[in-house]
Design a protein. Structure first.
Lengths: 486, 515
């Protein structure tokens, strides 16, 4: 029954998995940083292409694979998004570790491929087993990637993530167990179908769902599960921080949408209150704490918490527009965050005057050193703030529209107020780019000749930020056609 | 053609940004050429050789262009121009040119980025004036803030960052509330008619049936009131006007405040006719309070830019009166008031910048007796001070006069109080001239020279042009009034209070009685 044809839809996943094995073998034969990065890039590139090809040419969609996975246009779109984000991450990681000559850094690409595989699994997961499998693939790879710099900060961050991710996975598993206990199935579709019946013990089901929300809330760094985010963003290599804030969160969101939205489980009276509180708390607390940050990476960590709160608004909303809003916002957020962390990576390549200590205000006075990077950084900050002609603006607009159409007036009023407050700190960051640093040690001495690969990647990201902000129509139309089944 | 008019400033801004240091053709020339070219295109298109279709165009619209944009959400790139927009776009480009000359020798730091910001602010304001799609309107509304923020934050005075942030927070919060209102309005329309569209004309035509409610209107009200500095929303304005660089102050006071006034005229009443009626009393009281409070507070200011800011608040109050009285007189009056106030405030800010350069201070109490060393400057300040108090022969007089007549039709009490306020404007305007130019000559603080020098040739020319335009507005208002008349007649179809004589009739009556 599992002929070769049936495996075709999972080709992106298979390619990524095969690539990681090939890479392991290559590393064991000969260590070569450039070669490893190129293999990772090629793998991800073909994975990306194959997902696109399947989307357009396979008329058998959607396809169920062994009850664990569902390949539909929805999963393929997100798989492409995550793979593309991983490609950018590989480039930035390569640039970041290029200077660490003589150290064994090649394995980070294996881990990156595995984490990408995990995210691809999550987009297609339709069963608790694949859910937890994908999640753990990401988490376990991340433990090592976060600590990869092998200094005290990095190890501390990795350890922190390990402890917290481990306990959150336990909570998640417990929640799944409770639901299995009540329904006797781990299949999303069965759970959705059974959830409406009256004979189930609602207390146990709700408890299970709440635990699932709590477990995934940790991954999404929703308030109050957000404590880890700033330290880990600060301690891990910037490109990996970008990966955490995008792929790791986006994948969890993708699976949450597939689990909750088809049956609108999130509208259960008690659950919707919990989601409401999570959204409001994430938006508001993330914003208020971001106001206090001086370190750009900590600021982005809180900013990312805020954005997760915004996406929850779209998650709660109803109708086709809600799906479009979630997908569009995630796409915009991905590009923006990657661009921001890309700039941070490039800036961190500059030789530090204070012997490599993590410089807090890493971008002070950037305008005088590199106008190009400054321009890109400004655009990504404006997009995070959701100002016009950037992708972030259209995303915000779609969420507001979806929320208003559902009747969540208060939720979107809170979102609007938060969005206005957030502009404050993004603009402060931008102004700092133009500042003349008073303390020379925090200044960037000089940017070494900008690496071509980095500039190309940054240019592509910035281009998409603007295209999706000015001409959003093609992407919206594409997202409207996405179909999701369970 | 309309699209071209809109895009020219943006393109010019990008060109200015690309300039290297010490170029052969500095950014200020690029900015100047851009604006003059845009002005030429408009004059060519709408005044010298208007195509035949334009003359017979249905309704009050002179030109419209529509491009597909985000079809799935009912959003188009829909721009159109009528008499009201045309006059404001002309004002924008004219005052924009003045700001370029004002910054000519003042901006040394990062000139490329500076003129980029100036041109983008101007481009976005033109976009605000000609957008006929609510989403597009909001995009330009927001876009106008960002370059303005940079102008204040990077080239402003000593408290520039605080001023820029205050400006941004006020305008951003109110702007987002407006976005919320736009979305709600569109969704209400979609619910009632099944058509999801952001098209202003469609929304306006079904506005009477929608009855979107006054809470939705308040989002628009807040955004526009903040821009104009209507009294409870004015907190940012004196600080920001005072701290912005000369060009920034001119753009803010002469033009950006007009976007708020334009918003009231174009959106608040036409889109919410019923709510606007029920809100009239409150709005008129707010307007009167603004007129009065602005005038009284102006009188006590020591900072010359703050002084102008408060007078500006006071004058914007008249426009609120005009909008909510809503009849032929007040609508025509508000157009005149916007144009005249734009010219007057722009000119006064240019003069203030010259004074500040020469004395090194913004403190009025440290100025005095400058008439002898600088008679031309004194004359210019006197002319515009007289305009500020609404002397007959200036556009300001026509504007305020029409507004007060129209308001009298609606409420004699409010009109009487507002007319009484004119006394205060006489006092503060004369007080300014008296303090700065009369009395014993005050010593200069920072300059090595003994006293200030008079206007340079360039400054003199700018002032002369501004005076000519001011008098043109005052003595021959019919050109301007007949440009906006079709729009006024169109708007009269919205019977807010009672039917009124047509715009043509008012214009004729005024032309007959004018000196």
């Amino acid at each position: 029954m599992t002929g070769l044809n049936n495996l075709l839809p999972v080709l992106p996943l298979l390619l990524t998995a095969a690539g990681s094995i090939v890479l392991l073998l290559v590393i064991s034969i000969k260590r070569n940083h450039e070669l490893s990065a190129i293999i990772a890039l090629i793998t991800l590139f073909f994975s990306f292409i194959s997902a696109g090809v399947i989307t357009f040419f396979d008329d058998q969609m959607p396809v169920r694979i062994t009850g664990l996975l569902i390949i539909d246009t929805y999963s393929l779109y997100f798989a492409q998004l995550f793979t593309a984000a991983s490609i950018a991450t590989v480039v930035f990681t390569f640039l970041f570790f290029r200077t660490c000559a003589g150290r064994n850094v090649e394995e980070i690409y294996v881990l990156l491929l595995l984490a990408t595989l995990g995210s691809q699994v999550l987009t297609a997961a339709s069963h608790f087993a694949s859910f937890i499998l994908g999640l753990e693939l990401i988490s376990i790879s991340l433990y090592a990637m976060i600590a990869f710099r092998r200094d005290m900060k990095g190890i501390e961050a990795g350890l922190k993530y390990l402890v917290l991710a481990g306990s959150s996975a336990a909570v998640l598993l417990f929640g799944m167990a409770l639901i299995y206990n009540e329904f006797g199935t781990m299949q999303f579709s069965r759970i959705s179908a059974l959830a409406g019946f009256s004979h189930v013990n609602r207390l146990i089901v709700i408890t299970g769902l709440v635990m699932i929300v709590a477990g995934t809330g940790f991954k999404l760094s929703l308030v109050p599960f957000h404590m880890w985010a700033p330290d880990i963003f600060q301690g891990s290599p910037p490109s990996i921080a970008g990966f955490i804030s995008t792929v790791s969160k986006g994948a969890v969101f993708a699976v949450l949408v597939r689990f909750f939205k088809p049956a609108d489980l999130q509208w259960d009276a008690s659950l919707s209150i919990i989601f409401w509180i999570l959204a409001v708390a994430s938006m508001s607390a993330g914003n208020l704490l971001a106001l206090l940050q001086r370190d750009i990476r900590r600021l982005l960590a809180y900013s990312s918490i805020t954005h997760m709160g915004y996406i929850l608004v779209a998650f709660l909303a109803s109708g086709r527009l809600a799906y479009v809003a979630v997908a569009y916002y995630l796409t915009a957020y991905f590009i923006t965050m990657l661009a921001a962390f890309g700039v941070i990576t490039m800036v961190s390549l500059a030789p530090a005057k204070d012997n490599g200590r993590h410089r807090g205000e890493c971008c002070t006075g950037l305008a005088r050193k590199s106008p190009v990077l400054t321009g890109m950084f400004i655009i990504s900050m404006l997009s995070l703030a959701g100002l016009p002609f950037t992708a972030g603006f259209i995303g915000k607009f779609l969420i507001l529209t979806a929320g208003a159409a559902t009747g969540y007036i208060w939720l979107i009023v809170i979102m609007v107020v938060n969005s206005a407050v957030s502009v404050f700190y993004y603009l402060r960051v931008i102004l700092r780019l133009f500042a003349v640093p008073d303390d020379d040690s925090t200044a960037i001495s000089s940017i070494p000749g900008l690496p071509v690969a980095g500039i190309i990647t940054m240019a592509v990201l910035t281009l998409f930020l603007i295209i999706f902000g000015i001409l959003p129509s093609p992407l919206i139309r594409l997202l409207m056609t996405l179909r999701m089944i369970i | 053609m309309l699209l071209l008019i809109l895009l020219i400033p943006f393109a010019g801004g990008l060109l200015a940004l690309l300039e290297k240091e010490d170029p052969a053709f500095p950014p200020r020339y690029i900015a100047l050429v851009t604006l003059l070219f845009d002005l030429a295109v408009i004059i060519f298109r709408f005044f010298l050789f208007p195509p035949k279709a334009l003359l017979t165009a249905s309704g009050s619209w002179l030109d419209m262009e529509r491009y597909r944009w985000i079809g799935s959400l009912g959003i188009d790139f829909f721009i159109g121009i009528d008499g009201l927009s045309l006059l404001l776009v002309l004002l924008t480009l004219f005052i924009g040119t003045v700001t370029i000359f004002t910054s000519w020798n003042r901006i040394i730091k990062k000139p490329g980025f500076f003129y980029f910001n100036i041109l983008w602010t101007i481009g976005a304001m033109i976009g605000v004036f000609i957008s006929l799609d609510m989403f597009l309107f909001y995009v330009f509304w927001e876009l106008m803030l960002i370059p303005m923020y940079f102008i204040i934050a990077l080239w402003g005075n000593e408290q520039r960052r605080r001023a820029a942030l205050t400006f941004f927070i006020y305008t951003q919060v109110s702007g987002l509330l407006m976005l919320l209102s736009i979305i709600l309005l569109v969704l209400i329309h979609a619910r009632d008619t099944g058509e999801l569209t952001f098209n202003y004309l469609v929304l306006r035509d079904s506005a009477a049936h929608l009855n979107a409610g006054w809470l939705v209107m308040m989002g628009f009200f807040a955004a526009f009131a903040v821009k104009m500095g209507i009294v409870p929303f004015h907190g940012w304005l004196p600080l920001t006007y005072a701290q912005a660089p000369a060009a920034g102050s001119i753009l803010l006071a002469a033009l950006m405040a007009k976007t708020g006034a334009y918003g009231f005229l174009r959106f608040v009443v036409p889109l919410f006719p019923e709510s606007a009626v029920s809100f009239t009393q409150a709005a008129l009281i707010l307007g009167t309070v603004t007129v009065l409070y602005g005038a009284i507070t102006a009188f006590g200011q020591r900072d010359i830019k703050r002084f102008i800011a408060w007078t500006s608040i006071s004058h914007m109050g008249y426009i609120l009166l005009a909008v909510f009285s809503w009849n032929t007189f007040t609508l025509q009056g508000s157009v005149m008031q916007m144009l005249a106030h734009g010219i007057t405030t722009g000119a006064i800010f240019v003069l203030a910048a010259s004074l500040i350069d020469r004395t090194g201070t913004r403190d009025i109490s440290r100025m005095g007796g400058f008439w002898n060393p600088a008679p031309w400057m004194g004359a210019a300040v006197l002319i515009f001070a007289l305009a500020m108090m609404g002397l007959p022969g200036t556009g300001n007089f026509i504007g305020e006069f029409l507004i007060l007549i129209g308001t009298f039709h609606y409420s004699a009490a409010i009109a009487s109080v507002a007319t009484g306020t004119l006394i205060f404007s006489v006092i503060y305007a004369l007080w300014l001239v008296h303090r700065v130019f009369q009395g014993p000559q005050s010593p200069l603080i920072s300059a090595s020279r003994e006293t200030i020098s008079d206007l340079t040739k360039g400054e003199w020319t700018i002032q002369a042009v501004l005076v000519v335009v001011l008098l043109w507005l005052g003595f021959f208002p019919s050109l301007f009034l007949s440009t906006s008349a079709p729009w006024v007649d169109d708007m009269n179809a919205i019977h807010v209070h009672s039917s009124m004589p047509s715009a043509e009739a008012v214009k004729n009556r005024l032309a007959g009685g004018a000196p």
